[in-house]
Design a protein around this ligand. Structure first.
Ligand code: AMP
Length: 413
């Protein structure tokens, strides 16, 4: 199937050609015709599947086909949990809509609202927003949703994780009843299903690439190492100059900063992004990384959520996550839209239990690299049941403690 079979208008096809897209991804193949037929949509898909284009392209086309006689009304609202995702969706609209005369704007918190208010006043067809700032501007009467015809709720499960559900519900209560709604979520826990039931009318359901099969396309390996040798191990791996850029994950903000500092000292250009950094600093770090000015970007999970970096070939888990699904999200940053990728994980004694949980989730054993300079041969032979026993070197942890510790402090960033 090519994009030519999807009844797309010429300006959109031209824009896709400029992006270098030749074939729709599975979610695009299924979602675009349904949305063009004005159906509501329930999409079960994670980032990396091409879902942004799957909803952006048909909305652009429908809006272009039905110009609004009244001026300055926002006709499409795309709600997304993070600033980074909002900016990326804005970039997609700019790319796919480059030959269409539609105006869009992106609003999010953490920065001055002045330019956002000015842009909305000048008139915007499509608004991309995070929930908090949108509610703020609605309460100040800078934004009205009374002319919304298209509503997209992106990454609904993340909204739930991040505690935005009440905000989302308040926003929904202000939308016109007559509208087309597109609902996307990587997972469908009960609360999300209920929200979808409230929002959608007779939706077309599209489900693509459950996380475990995305993982299959990525070449994964694990390097056992003592905790204190991880930095040297990373530097050793980065001697391979064919690794042009790499996204490195740590669990904690302070370890992200420390690692970035140490790598810079070792002459490896590195920046860190995490929730404590100002929005501008995060955007700059991301832009430098995308432009390949920085070789290593160290990130915590929340800061990296939904970050879309084309051509990212390597992801390194400097520290393994204690929530197995997070591993799948992390390594899914590479291997996007069908490309292959490489995911390397460092594992010290205290993390062996996390590795074992991850392997259960993805239903495969991640091959361990043997004989590297910081290898710990004893870790290769221990069964998972002995995973949490204290390291002979650090002597820190009892088996029960490892598990409890890991579960209690979930998703730190
Ligand atoms: P998303 O799931 O929306 O975050 O998209 C993941 C990545 O796939 C982005 O880098 C898009 O630019 C890219 N992409 C989306 N659709 C296509 C396509 N049809 N062909 C090639 N790349 C695509």
């Amino acid at each position: 199937m090519s994009f030519n079979n999807l009844q797309l208008i010429e300006p959109v096809l031209q824009a896709l050609g400029k992006e270098g897209y030749t074939h729709p991804t599975p979610i695009q193949e299924k979602a675009i015709p349904a949305i063009l037929q004005r159906r509501d949509l329930l999409g079960c898909a994670q980032t990396g599947t091409g879902k942004t284009a799957a909803f952006t392209i048909p909305i652009l086309q429908l809006m272009h086909g039905h110009p609004e006689p009244a001026q300055n009304n926002i006709r499409a609202l795309i709600l997304t949990p993070t600033r980074e995702l909002a900016i990326q969706i804005g970039e997609s609209i700019r790319a796919y809509g480059r030959f269409l005369p539609l105006k869009h704007h992106v609003i999010f918190g953490g920065v001055s609202q002045h330019s956002q208010v000015q842009a909305v006043r000048r008139g915007v067809d499509i608004l991309v927003a995070t929930p908090g700032r949108l509610l703020d501007l609605m309460q100040q009467r800078h934004i009205s949703l009374s002319h919304i015809q298209f509503f997209v709720l992106d990454e609904a499960d993340r909204m739930l994780d991040m505690g935005f559900v009440q905000d989302v519900k308040r926003i929904i209560s202000r939308l016109p009843a007559k509208r087309q709604t597109l609902f996307f979520s990587a997972t469908m826990p009960n609360e999300i299903k209920q929200l979808a039931n409230i929002l959608l009318t007779d939706p077309v359901k599209v489900e693509v690439t459950p996380p475990a099969s995305t993982v299959d396309m990525i070449q994964q390996s694990v390097y056992y190492s003592e905790k204190q040798n991880k930095q040297a191990l990373l530097e050793n791996i980065l001697q391979d100059q064919s690794i042009e850029t790499v996204l490195v994950f740590t669990q904690m903000k302070h370890s992200a900063d420390r690692l970035a500092k140490n790598l810079n000292r070792a002459g490896i250009r590195t920046e860190a992004i995490h929730g404590n950094k100002a929005q501008n600093a995060r955007q700059n770090a991301l832009a430098n990384f995308k432009a390949k000015k920085t070789r290593v970007l160290v990130a915590t999970d929340i800061a990296a959520r939904g970050i879309d970096i084309d051509d990212l070939t390597h992801v390194i888990n400097y520290e393994l996550p204690n929530v197995s699904e997070t591993y799948v999200h992390r390594i899914g940053r590479t291997g996007r839209a069908g490309a292959s990728g490489i995911a390397i994980s460092f594992c010290d004694w205290s993390e062996k239990i996390f590795l074992s949980d991850i392997q259960k989730l993805i239903k495969k054993t991640i091959p361990a690299v043997k004989g590297h300079p910081y290898d710990v041969p004893a870790m290769h032979s221990l069964p998972p049941s002995a995973n949490t026993s204290a390291s002979p070197v650090s002597g820190r942890r009892s088996p029960g403690m490892g598990k409890r510790y890991g579960r209690t402090f979930s998703q730190r960033a």
